[in-house]
Design a protein around this ligand. Sequence first.
Ligand SMILES: [Zn+2]
Ligand SMILES: [Zn+2]
Length: 336
Amino acid sequence: MKAMIVHNPGPILTHALAFTDLPIPEPRAGEVLIKIAVCGVCRTDLHVAEGDLPPHRSPVVPGHEAVGIVARLGAGAKGLLKEGDRVGVAWLHATCGVCAYCQRGAENLCTTPRFTGYDEHGGYTEYLTAPADFVYPLPASVSSVQLAPLLCAGIIGYRALRRSDVQPGQRLGLYGFGASAHIVIQIARYWGCEVYVATRGDRHRQLATALGAVWVGEANETPPEKLHAAIIFAPAGELVPVALAALDRGGTLALAGIYMTDVPTMNYAAHLFQERNLRSVTANTRQDGRELLQLAAAIPLHTHTEEFPLEQANEALRRLRHDQIQGAAVLRVADG
Ligand SMILES: [Zn+2]
Ligand SMILES: [Zn+2]
């Protein structure tokens, strides 16, 4: 099967993913083999390709927003899924199920998690295997291309939204307006929130306005109203004090990224006092995924996507690198 692999992490302009041929994997006990139709391109793939995240497996097929059809069930996977089901494979590939965090329902904090497209081969290829109980059945009313970005950008965005503690009708700030934020704004608007968007890029600001932002500004600009909650999507640590200073008393800032540059020195009175809260977001639970996919069908969520053939994964990553993707990039692997 054809695949795009990371074999030598580094800047994407000089360390492109290699196009290669791999054997179709065999589903092990409890796993399913999935024939991939599309796979979304997430900023984490860029961090894997560029080596911002230390390699866990090399070479590795990146991609953790894969949508496809169950092609074959491994031993013991019966009952959960059947051949022909359309399913999604996301970042959380598997957890141990026995550590203290898994036991208390915080499987996103598992001490030995495995991640798709990082510890295990991901979706920039024609087939992948995944544990049946970590695979998401998908709502029939939403197309595969529309669903792909929901599997990470959507799920992580949803978890970040929950971690921000924003309540219906409150003022929410979004810093950065890529794949995740353009989904989050739709949920926040569905909850009746006023959304303020600070981001670089005219096209990002135009999309934010089109999706109902009450205010848009430059990346480090301060919204005109104090915010009850905010989320930083940009991997830019220098935005942390900027966003904290824009919070109302008791407000919460959630950091959605898996990677962020260093956070500068902060001033207690200006940035944290008055019970402002600063929270990170680490992966997600399967419950987050199920809730997000239910919302996707109910709202319904609409993702803005730019489609590329699998072979052009490098072009998609380069454009993501330079903030030239409107919404989310999706790689087309096969029909469906
Ligand atoms: Zn665990
Ligand atoms: Zn991701």
